[in-house]
Design a protein around this ligand. Structure first.
Ligand code: AMP
Ligand code: MG
Length: 423
């Protein structure tokens, strides 16, 4: 039997970050930057005002106070998007709006509320003079050019996973598209004579194919593009035909047909069409796993991961092997789920020295996380997965974990009320 680490290492050695593509900004959300982004601009491009107020020369106003205001002549006005027309000389000021460029000669902005503009206007209607009542310091409320980003600077590094703020930074630099590592296409094939596509009528003895959908959703969640190949019957010709359609994908994922059943023909197909190994991985659920490469057209070979058929096993094996492979193709540095340490409220039994991934609901009281089994842990009980926030791990060499003991929990999703800073 292989350890989880050995199996994962072998799987990952087949995968590399994919080639890059140029994506419109918004469509690049969640993708990995394919190269460093060097700024073509200073941001802000010019010294500009952080407040609505008056642009002044500090030396003119530094002595101002409410008791003895300094009076300046107002020689103009400048709004965001305009360029100032006049220079601020001794004894003058320019009325200025937030974001507007600072006129030459001025070095400081006095906000409206530190002037007598409101009472003066009430008294006189329009005004040509302004009284400065309070002062801060030289340079107050001036945002210097290039304070945020300097032209020529590397603003975002290759490997950055683009979030909302990164998209905003790229937009602020004027980019309409961005070079990112493309998303992998993952072809998904369910196998089994018993399977019926949801939406069709099922008959006695048949079950609906859930693996195609849970796996496709999981592919989408981690950033891949799922491509459903449908259901293959447990016979060679049908399997060949269906697999054929997945040979342009970056990864082929099949479910079922990798254990020791009579109808497990995935093996036979792969033995004929590529190289394949069947592994027993020291984990529960999802002990059987197939991994290999299928020969495609033009000498191309497509990596293949054969998940076990049981719905929980399929998803857990996806978590442990497919998700990291997809993230690696996406150019991600971090391949593991975030984890927490939680106090168990249920016991986890380990009967045969495998690593147990137990489905748990996680809650938080005070600063402590608690994890409770979501119900019976059979690998066919898919609702136990649906109720889970994560997988609690019982190590191979630990016979059992009891309530009150701590366990590492790999988190699927952060429940809303949980702080996100943890690991
Ligand atoms: P197998 O690996 O073919 O022995 O399948 C193991 C178990 O998983 C059987 O009970 C199958 O009916 C079930 N199973 C296989 N494929 C699927 C699927 N796509 N959706 C739901 N259950 C499945
Ligand atoms: Mg089967």
């Amino acid at each position: 039997m292989l350890s989880v680490e050995e199996a994962l290492e072998r799987v990952l050695s087949y995968f590399h970050p994919l080639d890059q593509e140029e994506k419109p900004l918004l469509q690049a959300l969640g993708q990995t930057l394919a190269r460093d982004i060097v700024s073509p601009l200073d941001i802000p491009p010019l010294d500009n005002s952080a407040m609505d107020g008056y642009a002044v020369r500090w030396e003119d106003i530094e002595a101002a106070s409410e008791g003895s205001p300094v009076e300046l002549e107002v020689i103009g006005q400048v709004a965001a998007g305009q360029l100032p027309r006049r220079r601020v000389r001794k004894g003058t000021a320019v009325r200025i709006m937030t974001g507007a460029p600072i006129p030459s000669g001025a070095d400081t902005v006095v906000p409206f509320e530190d002037t007598d503009e409101v009472p003066r206007k009430a008294r006189l209607g329009s005004i040509n003079q302004i009284g400065i009542l309070r002062v801060a310091h030289k340079g107050a409320n001036v945002r210097p050019a290039a304070e945020d980003i300097r032209r020529g600077q590397v603003v975002l590094q290759k490997g950055t996973v683009l979030g909302a703020a990164h998209i905003g930074v790229l937009a602020s630099l004027g980019f309409a598209s961005v070079p990112v590592i493309r998303r992998p296409v993952v072809a998904i094939l369910a196998t089994g004579n018993e399977l019926v596509r949801p939406g069709r009528v099922s008959r006695a003895g048949k079950i609906y194919d859930s693996n195609s959908f849970s796996v496709a959703a999981a592919v989408q969640r981690c950033g891949g593009i799922p491509h459903l190949l449908g259901i293959a019957k447990d016979n060679l010709p049908d399997m060949f035909r269906k697999i054929e359609k997945g040979l342009s994908a970056d990864l082929l994922v099949t479910s079922a047909g990798v254990s020791k059943g009579d109808y497990d023909v995935v093996k036979d197909v792969l033995v004929q069409r590529g190289e394949i190994s069947f592994w027993s991985v020291r984990m529960r659920p999802a002990k059987p796993l197939a991994f290999g490469a299928i020969n495609g057209p033009h000498g191309r070979s497509v990596p293949h991961i054969g998940l076990p058929g049981n719905p929980v096993s399929a998803l857990v094996a996806f978590e442990v092997f497919c998700r990291p492979a997809i993230l690696k193709m996406l150019g991600r540095a971090r391949l593991e789920r975030p984890s927490i340490e939680a106090v168990l409220e249920s016991s986890i039994r380990n009967t045969d020295g495998r690593r147990v991934y137990a489905r748990v609901a996680v809650s938080r009281r005070g600063s402590t996380y608690y994890a409770r089994l979501t119900g019976p842990q059979g690998s066919h009980i898919l609702t136990s997965m649906a109720l889970a926030d994560g997988l609690a791990v019982c190590p191979e060499d630990v016979f059992s974990l009891e309530p009150g003991q701590r366990a590492k929990v790999l988190m699927f999703e952060w429940p809303e009320e949980m702080p996100q800073h943890l690991s």
